[in-house]
Design a protein around this ligand. Structure first.
Ligand SMILES: Cc1cc2nc3c(=O)[nH]c(=O)nc-3n(C[C@H](O)[C@H](O)[C@H](O)COP(=O)(O)O)c2cc1C
Length: 372
């Protein structure tokens, strides 16, 4: 571990390898793998190779502005850290380390419902940093509402409702290991510490942990979730509400028509429906439909600065960084996440300058060509 900390790798594949060397095979596989034959997981990265940047030169790029401002949140380099659950299986400090690292760079952190630490503990670690809360909608609506209210109280400034998981994807490699962190109680803190959830139990989660986990699993998914139901969130929070997991332009249109505050174009990093559209392939039609009326965020496949330039050029307002930072967490804890964030910012800055841009928000399709 300390050897890796002293020499954290720079390239994504080496970072992934460093995480693999640090972790047991089950948690490593949990992060690395996708659903099914992992066609979509691969497609997410391959889609970036089919777009090439055609840079402009002699544009005076001596001063550059990488920032974006979305829904009252400042993104110094047009990216945020994606919600990734169960970070405690990667490092003892889990989300606390990631939230601290994000705050050190002013990069907003999106905390997952299934975090190892509670949203209040993550908020304390994040301090003055900016943070959003990712919501998995529980079939016990009062638990959902309680979590949203707790997030508002704890200083989260937007709610990101993830809608691409009405049921869990068929993750063959996790099934091979029979490794399901939530069933082991690994990402359960937000439920176990929730007063409404606790009120459903006859004994506290400390006294009867197994009973509490069984209750959690029984209310965790809400396959009956609909657009109408998600709108009920409006009654319980005044925070901006974003919908994460949009791939179809018609769904983007519904999100705009129903006045949601933003969307995240995402296929959950290839972990849900294998064989579905790569996120980048889905982006242009969605951006054309949304027409700038609400912010469009993007994830699934962002590895390097040039990837972010391509996503912004195809219509995203900002991107979410996923697997790279949790590999950094696994390999080096808080310093590992800081290393990944720092390098991503430098890489993105360099990519913007080398494209011939001075503002990230100026990226547009004129600088891209489709290649085979
Ligand atoms: C290990 C792991 C756990 C994740 N947990 C969540 C989660 O709790 N909530 C959520 O909305 N998305 C979750 N995601 C999806 C990410 O938010 C994001 O969409 C995905 O990582 C993007 O793909 P990429 O990391 O390959 O770029 C998770 C992804 C991974 C890899």
């Amino acid at each position: 571990m300390t050897v890796i900390e002293r020499s954290l790798p720079y390239s994504y594949s080496h970072l992934e390898k460093a995480a693999e060397l640090t972790l047991e095979k089950e948690p490593f596989t949990y992060v690395q793998s996708g659903a099914g034959a992992e066609v979509t997981l691969r497609a997410n990265e391959e889609a970036f190779e089919r777009w090439a940047i055609v840079p402009r030169v002699l544009k005076d790029v001596s001063s550059r502005n990488l920032s974006a401002n979305l829904l009252g949140t400042h993104l110094p380099s047009s990216f945020m850290l994606a919600p990734i659950g169960n970070q405690g299986i990667l490092h003892d400090e889990g989300e606390l380390a990631s939230a601290k690292a994000a705050a050190a760079f002013g990069v907003p952190f999106i905390a997952s419902t299934v975090s190892t630490f509670s949203l209040e503990e993550i908020a304390a670690a994040n301090g003055d940093g900016s943070r959003w809360f990712q919501l998995y909608w529980s079939s016990d609506f009062e638990v959902t509402a309680s979590m949203v209210q707790r997030a508002e109280t704890a200083g989260y400034s937007a709610i990101v409702v993830t809608v691409d998981m009405p049921v869990v994807g068929h993750r063959e490699r996790d099934l091979n290991y029979q490794y399901f962190p939530l069933a082991l109680g690994k990402g359960a803190a937000n439920f176990l510490q929730d007063p409404v959830f606790q009120s459903r139990l006859s004994k506290s989660p400390v006294e009867e942990r197994d009973v509490a986990l069984a209750e959690l699993l029984s209310v965790f998914f809400e396959p009956a979730l609909t657009w109408d139901k998600v709108q009920e969130l409006r009654k319980i929070t005044s925070l901006p509400i974003l919908i994460k997991g949009i791939l179809h332009a018609d769904d983007a249109k519904i999100a705009v028509d129903l006045a949601f505050d933003g969307i995240v174009v995402s296929n959950h990093g290839g972990r849900q429906l294998d064989g579905c559209f790569s996120s980048l392939d889905a982006l242009p039609a969605i951006a054309d439909t949304v027409k700038g009326r609400i912010p469009v965020l993007f994830d699934s496949g962002i590895r390097r600065g040039a990837d972010a330039v391509k996503a912004l050029s195809l219509g995203a307002d900002a991107v979410l960084l996923g697997r790279p930072y949790v590999y950094g967490l696994a390999a080096g804890g808080e310093n590992g996440v800081k290393h990944v964030i720092e390098q991503f910012i430098k890489d993105f800055d360099s990519a913007i300058a080398l494209t011939g841009l001075t503002k990230a928000s100026d990226a547009n399709r004129s600088i891209l060509r489709k290649v085979n």
